[in-house]
Design a protein around this ligand. Sequence first.
Ligand code: ATP
Ligand code: FE
Length: 368
Amino acid sequence: RLVLGIETSCDDTGAAVLDERGAILGESLHSQKEVHLRTGGIIPTVAQQLHRENIEHVVQEALERSGVDPSHLSAVATTVKPGLALSLGIGLEFSQRFVRQHNRPFIPIHHMEAHALTVRMLHPVAFPFLVLLISGGHSLLAVARGVDDFLLLGHSLDEAPGDTLDKVARRLSLRKHPQCSTLSGGQAIELLAKNGDKKRFNFRTPMGQTPDCCFSFAGLRNDITITITKKEKEEGIEQGTLLSCVNDIAAATQHTVAAHLAKRTHRAILFCKANGLLPSSSPTLVVSGGVASNQYIRKALTVITESTGLHLLCPPAKFCTDNGVMIAWNGVERLREGKGILSPNIDVHYEPKAPLGVDMTAEVRAAA
Ligand code: ATP
Ligand code: FE
């Protein structure tokens, strides 16, 4: 069985061909990150135009590298939710044309489900397992019980941790910092935090009074911004030119984000244990998404998993971020179980907003 996966939900145009065991036969990825960094954020119409310009080539390249003829594909799997409407539309439109032209089955994919299950391509992790997804666009805790069976324990009420780190980095103009010019916000903060004192600033860990597994980062970002502004005023300097305590702010920011993530994850683990949601032998926490590559955050999560007897698994950075491979893998898993496979002429619509699984956030709160 061979599956072509196509991803265009945000700012990466990705495609990959995988075989049934998850071997990557060919892949191609076109990232728009540089373009969006210049404009200080994703402009949906620009993202759409870049997907439109690149999709044909990216899919062709993945197919050529794999040496697989479209007629030999068992199915085409494509992200149809959630994501930016204009971006999702390009991938879906292309895919529907492609599956009709080659008469191949179509498998619509939920982007977050794909993130959650990518780990199974690399490790033999059996269902159920707990998963923490932390990226520029998402933060959520869920129990993965099957290829199309998820329990959502918590999600962000405002922004995602990667977005917060990117915004703090932008507020500090870290792109102008000699060591950080090519780094993402999160990477820049991790680097500077290494030489910072996390105790110099004391940011409050978010949602201390809310006993659930949801996240919030907007208030924290506001606290950090206020601190930066205060320091700039004290030193009588222009906005975005602070140098004196940037490392300490980075360290305190990273520490507070890590503490918040660890706290919510700990609560999710306790909830799972109390309700028998995880297996008693080798229960696992999978952590994925761009923010998962942060070593300090991983360390904080390790403390939690070690104290609760969970095994911590984190796919390599390449598989934590958006690509066609994770979509193709989700297609492989669905094909194996015969779940969600459509004939090519069925019309499929994209869904910009699509929650992951059954919402259990209220149950978690009530249980506390
Ligand atoms: P999504 O996958 O949710 O659609 P995305 O494409 O923005 O969103 P990713 O590509 O998974 O997310 O990750 C990018 C995010 O990860 C950025 O916000 C970036 O700052 C953050 N990030 C990358 N490396 C690190 C790091 N070492 N520490 C913290 N954050 C990091
Ligand atoms: Fe993603």
